[in-house]
Design a protein around this ligand. Sequence first.
Ligand SMILES: Nc1ncnc2c1ncn2[C@@H]1O[C@H](COP(=O)(O)OP(=O)(O)OP(=O)(O)O)[C@@H](O)[C@H]1O
Ligand SMILES: [Mg+2]
Length: 253
Amino acid sequence: MNMIKVKGVRVKFGDKTVIDGIDLHVPEGKTLVIMGKNGSGKSTILKALSGLIDYEGTIEIKGTDIRELYRDRYSSGARSESPLRVAYVFQKGGLFDSMNVYDNVAFGLRRLGLDEANVEKRVADSLARVGLKGNDLKSISELSGGMQKRVGLARAVCMDPNLIFFDDPAAGLDPILSDSIADLICEIRQSLNATSIVVTHDSMVARKVADSIALLYNGKMVYEGDSDGFFSKTDPYARQFIEGETEGPIDIV
Ligand SMILES: Nc1ncnc2c1ncn2[C@@H]1O[C@H](COP(=O)(O)OP(=O)(O)OP(=O)(O)O)[C@@H](O)[C@H]1O
Ligand SMILES: [Mg+2]
């Protein structure tokens, strides 16, 4: 069954059409990787899917229109009992500099109204999972970029999500750290049995985590298919994107 189904989605900012009629689907428990140039609209898609921005067209999660889903979810106050638990790992981290690691990870749990003993347990579990055990009291500014990425992952994991959006989780990391983030994404996906969408520019990360890949260009999906097909480079868009070539169907300006 499809966890996510996107049909004819358009997003405009003012008179600029950023997403120009895309269709996507992600089966339950699978990972879709979205790739595309800077500014092509990858984050915009994730924001539309999480109900943060307006769009035209339809987006369904488990067969229910998200407009309905999120309205109920945000108004019922009983979010912890919702069958849909969405976590978003933001591109820029979205961490609160004024709070320590513990409070950053605990933020969403406290908003759900969990008692502190429960919060403590879930924060400790999630920090251990991302390899940050014992860093609870550090401030965000003391952490390296890689550690900050891990705090962002822990904050998502602790919500026990069944749907996770990762926006460029390996951006700015060295190849070894990127690879460990990719392993972590696979591990999180398996242990939570979650469906996920991962936006990345990193081919190695994409190859490791993707069941399917979508390539966004000029507001449209110019490739959507399995990961092996993408990396076989038989598709001219895929080939140009992977190789970073200047010649090809993708305009480089
Ligand atoms: N709130 C907004 N208001 C106006 N324009 C916006 C807004 N959000 C995004 N845009 C524009 O929409 C386009 C797509 O932005 P988006 O952030 O989705 O790109 P992206 O593919 O995630 O890029 P990157 O790889 O650099 O993260 C850009 O031209 C951006 O300037
Ligand atoms: Mg982005």
